[in-house]
Design a protein around this ligand. Sequence first.
Ligand SMILES: Cc1cc2nc3c(=O)[nH]c(=O)nc-3n(C[C@H](O)[C@H](O)[C@H](O)COP(=O)(O)OP(=O)(O)OC[C@H]3O[C@@H](n4cnc5c(N)ncnc54)[C@H](O)[C@@H]3O)c2cc1C
Length: 407
Amino acid sequence: MTTCEPDPTGLEADVCVVGSGATALYGALRSARAGQSVVLVSSRPEFEAAGAGISPLLAPPTLGLLAADGIEDALTEAGQRVLGVDDHGTTTMLSSWRYADHPGIARPYGLTVPTGTTVQALLAALRAEPRATVLTGESVVAVEQDEAGVRLGFERPSGRAGGAPLRRRVTARYAVAADGRQSALRELVGVRLEVSAFDRPAWLLVAPAVPGREPVLLVRHQAPRALFTIPTPGPSIALVWSPDRDQGEQLEQGGPATLAEQLGDVDPELSEWLVAVAGRTSPVMRLGFSLWRAPAWRVGRVLLVGESVHGLHTLGGQGLNQSLQSAASAARAMADALTLGDSGAIDDYERVRRPHVERLQDLQWNLQALGYDTTPPVKGAHEDFIDVMTSLHPELVAQLEGSGVRG
Ligand SMILES: Cc1cc2nc3c(=O)[nH]c(=O)nc-3n(C[C@H](O)[C@H](O)[C@H](O)COP(=O)(O)OP(=O)(O)OC[C@H]3O[C@@H](n4cnc5c(N)ncnc54)[C@H](O)[C@@H]3O)c2cc1C
C-alpha cells in the first residue's frame, strides 16, 4: 500500500473508490485483486476500530465470498455463530431451518460480527495490495467525466485556523460511490434516492445471552407484535421488538424494565432473563426503517454501490450482505470492462444486481411482520428470504464465474 499526503498534482488509478465502510473497502480490495490500480478515499480521519459498531449477520454466501479473499479468520475469531432460524407464530412454529441443512452452502453458519472488525480485516488486506492507495480525511467535492475517464476533486481541512482547504485531484477510469446512504459522490452526479418509509418502528436492546439457548435467529410473531432475537458476540443477544401501536410510547418512558414487561406473554423466559440482568443491558433504542433505491445505478463512469444506492429493512439481515455482494459485482464489471476491452461489461453490474435487490425490497415492503396486521401469521417471517440467506443469486454467480451474464 502507498500512503500519500495531499498532493496538488493528483493521483491516477484505474478505479477510485469513495467510502469508509466495509462495502467500500471490499470493493477496493476486489478491484485490486483483479489487477487494477485503486485509490480508496475516506472522508473519515480514521477507520472504525475492531470491535466497534453494531454486529450485522454475515450470511454464509457472503462469508464464502470473503473467505475466498482470505477475509475469514478475524471474522470467525470475533464473531458469534448463528446456526439457523426458528420462526414462531401465535401458537405454533411456522418455520425452522438450519444452514447446515442446505447442501453446498459455503458455511453451515452465519456470523454476527462488529462492523469495525470487518472494516479492519478488509483494511489490512487492502493495505497489503501493492497497487492500492488508501487516503483518509478527504471529502469528495467535485466530479467531471468524459469518455476517457473521471476526475474527482477532494478537499481536507488545512489544520490551520482560517487556512484554505488542501485539495487533491484523482483521475480514474471508473469511480465508485460506496459512501453510504448520504453519499456525497452520488449527490455530485445528480442521482436522487427514492425512499419508502415503514410506518412501524421497532426498539433494539442488547443484553447478555440467555443461558442454554441454541444460537439461532429466533422470531416470535404474535401479530401484530413481533420479537426478533439474534445471537451477537459477547456472548449477547440483539433483541428487536415491534410492539403494538400504543406500547411504543411506554417503552420510551420505561426502558428495559418496560420491555421485559411487554415480553411477558411473548417470550416469558426472555422476559424473566431481562429482569435478572437489569443494569447489564444497553438502553432501549428506537429504530425507524425505510427502503431506498435509485433510478440509475451508474452515471457514466461512476458506479453507485451498496447503501449509496440500495437500502433494506433489517428483517432478513441483508443490508450489509447485499452491499458486499454489490461491491463484488461492480468490481467484476469494471475489471471486465478494463481488461477485456469490453465496454458493455460495465452494464453487467446494474443488470445483475438491481432486479435482485429491488425484488428483496418489494418482498420486505409487503411482509406481514413489518406492518400492524393482526391476522395470525401462517408463514415464517424469513421464509421469503431463505434463498438469499443461504446462496448467492444465480446471475451473480454467473457474473463472478465469468460464465456469460449477457447470455
Ligand atoms: C439494527 C440493525 C441491524 C442490522 N442487521 C443487519 C444484518 O443482520 N445483516 C446485514 O447484512 N445488515 C444488517 N444491517 C445493515 C448494516 O448494518 C449496514 O448495511 C452496514 O453497516 C452498512 O455498511 P457499509 O460499509 O456499506 O456502510 P456505509 O454507510 O458505507 O459506511 C458506514 C461505515 O462507516 C463506518 N463508521 C461508522 N461510524 C464510524 C466512526 N465513528 N468512525 C469511523 N468509521 C465509522 C463503519 O465502518 C460503517 O460500516 C443492520 C442495520 C441495523 C441498523
